[in-house]
Write a protein that binds this ligand. Structure first.
Ligand SMILES: Nc1nc2c(c(=O)[nH]1)N=C([C@H](O)[C@@H](O)CO)CN2
Length: 119
């Protein structure tokens, strides 16, 4: 199956479980692989037949920038659901990195894969 991907989408948000983290915005980095049949847009050369990665980036950026979750797990789950529900994606793999959260680690975070419910 084909994919449309987004690598290294950086967005700042309020995220974290500690009191001091509720007072600041921290950088987050998103990597997504979205299952999508690219044959129709390849045949028509028309943007309206694509899974438009610029539209997906804009929507994720708006959602994440306005969010205030504690755990990266919660945010990752919500972003995956948004991609599936709003963009009609059947399956998405999403990696959410919180860079610099842990001294001596380049990044920490979660990687999830979610599918649209059948039916
Ligand atoms: N599995 C997780 N572990 C931790 C999280 C998290 O969101 N998921 N968050 C924190 C703190 O907010 C941390 O990022 C502050 O440095 C700790 N562990």
């Amino acid at each position: 199956m084909d994919h449309v991907f987004i690598e290294g989408l950086e967005i700042e948000a309020v995220i974290g479980i500690y009191d001091w983290e509720r007072e600041i915005r921290q950088p987050l980095v998103f990597d997504l692989e979205m299952e999508f049949d690219n044959r129709a847009p390849a045949a028509s050369d028309a943007i309206e037949h694509t899974l438009d990665y610029s539209a997906v980036c804009a929507r994720i950026s708006a959602f994440v920038a306005a969010s205030r979750f504690g755990l990266v797990e919660t945010l990752a789950e919500r972003v995956a659901a948004l991609v599936i529900e709003e963009f009609g994606v059947r399956r998405v793999a999403l990696k959410l990195t919180k860079p610099g959260a842990i001294r001596n680690a380049r990044g920490v975070g979660v990687r999830i894969e979610r599918e649209r419910a059948p039916g």
